[in-house]
Write a protein that binds this ligand. Structure first.
Ligand code: AMP
Length: 515
């Protein structure tokens, strides 16, 4: 099934339901959205010769047109390649080249003018007021596709290396979407999805179930992430849900507390994509009430590995709340999840191992990368590269990326547990932990810390705090205090960049404190 059928059916059933909003202003109902999609599908096909299976890349900040073009691409059976809009053009060009895109959509069609695009790839203006009308016949019905037809190439954020293109099929996307009502909540006409995070990632992946249910789609006018703008739109339109990385939830909580906003109009905030520290979750629950749900997924099994529902996240009166809230919850309905040892044998509950996943959402493989595909998919099981452990109820707790585990003096130390403790210190705004090679210990723990404005704390104070609840061998041996942590476009803190930052600081002769 072509996933674009869902738009076609929604437009047949609910032509007058609001479909697209720019800010709080409605710009299209379902009939109008489908009309635009049919026209743009015609443009791609007639004016640019896009054929089924051809790749069309999108490199732009969120906008209403983004959704229109995505559906136009699927409408004709082509493949969307959404690129993180925060990448440098040179990085984006590498993805365009890797995907062998035939068309590249940007705001004005001139973003790549100084860069040589692959032969045969044409950059075109996507925005309504900048695009040139071209003679084309609207394409009336979506192309018939099999469920294993490629729909979306999801370029991984590359936190541990070069970005790879996870091939997601129409079947993967519909399975992922159908999990939403089971694991999170049902969606209906009065609901709206607000794109607070880039459409090229989790926020965009959630569009399908909202299309399927004839709900509305809101792109903030700023085209960026602005908590006060989100609160204002939510208060006006109501029943707004959104996907946000934990760092975004943190900024939203701070703004909500500052302005006295209590969550009016927000139905659900789904967070995921990176660890949420308990200290930040408590603040978010204080700010928004029980409106939070967690998902754990990765581009290779999008949005769907495990989930922690609203009750589990928000019910702080449970005696085991801390344990539950620091987990990523239980396997979602469309996948099997296992924790295995290095020989791929399942480990007993309580013991850590690599998380592997099998099911309808797991990617077909990496685009033009057989070697990486063979390494990632073993007998249909996706190796996530995440380390975690189950409890006896099947609740999964992630400890870290396998590549980030620090081995110091022969002991495994998970950066996540060190971060969790330091993040709870009142003076700590943000913290990230990495391992640094060391002659004596193999590796030592290094904490890179951003202090809260107006607060002070040094390495000694932080280690005193740390050893109140954690074994001393896990305490950071070095601290580096910085003004901000590097973040990629999806709000994740790439450990590779942290290591670079740490090395650069040392190279500039500023010796990090050793305690
Ligand atoms: P991406 O493919 O960019 O979405 O990155 C996926 C990775 O983000 C996963 O393999 C995990 O390491 C991490 N991740 C995703 N969701 C969560 C979560 N809820 N808690 C902790 N880490 C997460």
């Amino acid at each position: 099934m072509n996933i674009a059928n869902w738009l076609d059916e929604a437009a047949n059933r609910w032509p007058e339901r609001p479909a697209l909003y720019r800010g709080a202003t409605q710009i299209a109902d379902y009939r109008a959205l489908r009309k635009t999609v049919r026209e743009l599908a015609g443009v791609l096909h007639d004016a640019y010769g896009v054929q089924p299976g051809d790749r069309v890349a999108l490199f732009m900040y969120n906008c209403c047109e983004y959704l229109e073009w995505l559906y136009a691409i699927w409408w004709i059976g082509a493949v969307a390649v959404p690129i993180n809009c925060k990448l440098h053009v040179v990085e984006a060009a590498r993805i365009v080249e890797d995907a062998q895109a035939r068309v590249l959509l940007t705001d004005n069609g001139h973003v790549f003018s100084a860069i040589e695009l692959p032969v045969g790839c044409k950059e075109i203006a996507a925005l309504r007021n900048l695009r040139t009308p071209l003679p084309a016949r609207p394409v009336v019905t979506p192309k018939v596709c099999a469920s294993d037809t490629l729909a979306w190439i999801f370029y991984t954020s590359g936190t541990t290396g070069r970005s790879k293109g996870a091939m997601l099929t129409h079947g993967n996307l519909s399975a992922m979407s159908l999990c939403y009502p089971v694991e999170i909540e049902s969606v209906s006409g009065g609901d709206a999805l607000l794109y607070a995070a880039p459409i090229s990632h989790g926020a965009g992946l959630y569009n399908f179930i909202f299309i399927r249910s004839g709900a509305a789609h809101i792109v903030p006018e700023s085209r960026a992430f602005d908590p006060s703008e989100i609160f204002s739109i939510a208060s006006t339109l109501g029943r707004v849900s959104l996907f946000a990385a934990p760092t975004m939830v943190k900024r939203m909580s701070e703004e909500a507390i500052r302005s006295g906003y209590g969550g009016n109009g927000i139905r659900t905030i789904v967070y995921g994509g990176a660890p949420m520290y308990l200290a930040d979750l408590r603040i978010a629950l204080n700010a928004f009430g029980p409106r939070l749900v967690q998902i754990y997924g990765q581009g290779e099994s999008p949005m769907t590995i495990t989930a922690l529902n609203r009750e589990a996240v928000g019910n702080r009166s449970r005696p085991d709340w801390e344990r539950v809230a620091s987990s990523v919850g239980w396997a979602q309905s469309c996948v099997e999840v296992k924790v295995v040892d290095s020989g791929f044998e399942p480990v007993a509950s309580g013991l850590p191992g690599e998380v592997v996943v099998r099911g309808a959402t797991v990617m077909k493989g990496y685009w033009r990368n057989e070697v990486a595909t063979r390494a990632a998919l073993v007998d249909g099981w996706l190796r996530t590269g995440d380390v975690g452990y189950f409890d006896e109820t099947g609740m999964l707790t992630l400890t870290d990326r396998s590549k980030d585990v620090i081995i110091s003096g022969g002991s495994n130390i998970y950066p996540r547990e060190v971060e969790e403790v330091l993040a709870a210190h009142p003076a700590v705004e943000e913290v990230a932990v990495i391992g640094e090679p060391d002659d004596e210990w193999g590796e030592i723990v290094v904490a890179i810390v951003v202090l809260r404005t107006g607060y002070e704390a040094d390495a000694v104070a932080l280690n005193r705090w740390f050893t109140k609840t954690m074994a001393s061998f896990k305490k950071p041996k070095r601290y580096l205090f910085v003004a901000e942590l590097p973040k990629n476009g999806y709000g994740k803190i790439p450990k590779t960049e942290l290591r670079r930052l740490f090395v650069d600081t040392k190279d500039r002769g500023i010796s990090p404190l050793v305690v």
